[in-house]
Every structure is written in C-alpha cells, then in structure tokens.
Design a protein around this ligand. Structure first.
Ligand SMILES: [Zn+2]
Length: 273
C-alpha cells in the first residue's frame, strides 16, 4: 500500500510494519511510516460530509506538535508524552471547520490505524439515497451495512454484502436485457459468477470486462476467503458497483427528464388548441 492508501483506504485496526525502505535514486533509505504520514502533504479530493459534496482537502501541517508531558495515576513517576500516537487532519477548501481526521498508533514495530472521523460510512451514506430511484430499499440497506462493516475493518463481512449487491446487479441486467435465445432465469442463477458475467458480457459497461480478474474471487465460498484477499478486492468490487449504479441512475434520470419534457410539450399543445 502507498502512504496515501494507508491514510485514506486502510481499515480501522489494520497493521503495518512501521519501518520501511524507500528507493531514492537507487539508494535504499530507511523511513518509518509514522514519519511519512506526518510529512504527507498532497491535496486530496474527498467527500465532505458538511458540504455534502466532493471537495479538495489539504493537510494541517505539524502533527507532532510539542505536547506537554502528562502523568498517569498508575505511574505517578513516569512522565508520558503523547508521542506514539499521531493524528493526521485534513481541511475542506470551502470551510476551515470542515475537517477529516485519521489517528495512528505506533505499537512497538507496527503502525496501527486507530481512528477515522467522519467514518467511511458517514462519507458514503448520503450518496446512497440518490440510488433509491433504481434500487430496492432492501439493497440500499445492504449497501449501508456493507459500508458500515467496511468502516469498522470487517473486510470479509463487508465483501459478502458487496458481493450480494454485485450479484443482484448482474441478475437485474440479465432480466432487463433483451438477449437472443435467452435461457431461463433459474438456469442463469445456477451459473458460477464468472459464467453469469460472460453470458451478459456485451451488455455490461467496459469496466466490468476490464476487471474480470476479480470474478474468480467473487465465486469463492466464505471459508476460502482470507481477510487480506477481501480487503484487496473490496475497492474494485465497490468501484464496479458504484460505477454501474451511477450509470443506471443517469439512464433513469434521462428517462425522467424525457417524461417531464413530453408532459410539458403536451400541455403546451393543449394550451395552443
Ligand atoms: Zn466542506
């Protein structure tokens, strides 16, 4: 994972080896992830839950500000410095009070993501409502559950939910598409995921075919899936789902606009008579 992915895409409680080496002009240099996260200063486009829109976020500099040493009642003689934990915060370009925070803890030789606010779920839940026009309510709920599970780091559970939604979209495409000599739905449902997709291949957006390498994973049983595998493929499955939902929504909105337009036109014609 890149530093950017570790900050933004990793799940809660995911662990990384803190010591890393970076190739700088052919020389391997030693770094630590907490240092690199502290130094990260790219601007990133993210969903701002306050603006309810995608915005450019810039990082607050100086995550290692000098905090004073504190004592703990259990260890009155030990002075504790707030050092091994670090908060990385980003601010919205529209408003200085709109911020996103990520917390990390250096636990011996490892770095652990310990917090994220707003959660991944908060960042996506509002976008689900717009899919009401094209998805049944039950699938909107499942989409929310998947995002919640993902934001808590339950990759396998989230993956299973996304897989159900994915399958639903595939079946929906099968049902709604005119295919010459179409097989019965029961027969279609029995096919493996890879075969289901290849049957309706021509009717899917190119993005489905470009990422066909993940369909083998989608066919696997729960016991065959590892947490890492799910985590790795989660973002592709999600992208395919959201990509096709956006596309379906655009088609639906176009239909609605056309209906609206012809209504207006009819009214105009009637008024002219
Ligand atoms: Zn904002």
């Amino acid at each position: 994972m890149t530093i950017k992915e570790i900050i933004f895409d990793s799940s809660l409680y995911q662990r990384f080896k803190n010591d890393v080496q970076i190739d700088e002009d052919g020389v391997l240099m030693d770094y630590t992830l907490d240092y690199l996260i502290g130094e990260f200063n790219e601007r990133v486009e993210m969903y701002c839950t306050e603006c309810d829109s995608r915005r450019i976020f810039a990082t607050d500099e100086g995550v290692y500000s000098d905090t004073r040493r504190v004592s703990n009642i259990h260890f009155p003689h030990t002075q504790i410095k707030n050092k091994p934990s670090l908060f990385k915060s980003f601010r919205c370009s529209q408003n200085e009070h709109h911020s996103i925070h990520y917390g990390f803890l250096v636990d011996n030789t490892e770095l652990v993501k310990i917090s994220e606010y707003p959660s991944k779920y908060d960042s996506v839940k509002d976008t689900f409502n717009k899919f009401k026009k094209i998805l049944d309510k039950s699938f909107i709920t499942e989409l929310s559950k998947a995002a919640q599970l993902e934001s808590f780091g339950y990759a396998i559970a989230a993956f299973l939910y996304y897989r159900r939604i994915f399958e639903h979209l595939i079946i929906k495409t099968f049902k709604e598409t005119e295919i010459p000599h179409k097989i019965a739905e029961d027969e279609y449902r029995k096919k493996r995921m890879e075969d289901k997709i290849s049957y309706i291949k021509e009717y899917l957006p190119a993005y489905f075919n470009d990422n066909s390498h993940i369909y083998g994973i989608l066919s696997k049983g729960i016991h065959e899936l590892s947490e890492e595998e799910c985590q790795k493929h989660l973002s592709i499955v999600k992208t395919i789902i959201f990509f096709s939902l956006e596309e379906a929504l655009e088609i639906r909105n176009n239909e609605l606009r056309k209906e609206e337009f012809s209504k207006k036109l009819n009214k105009l014609n009637t008024d002219l008579k």
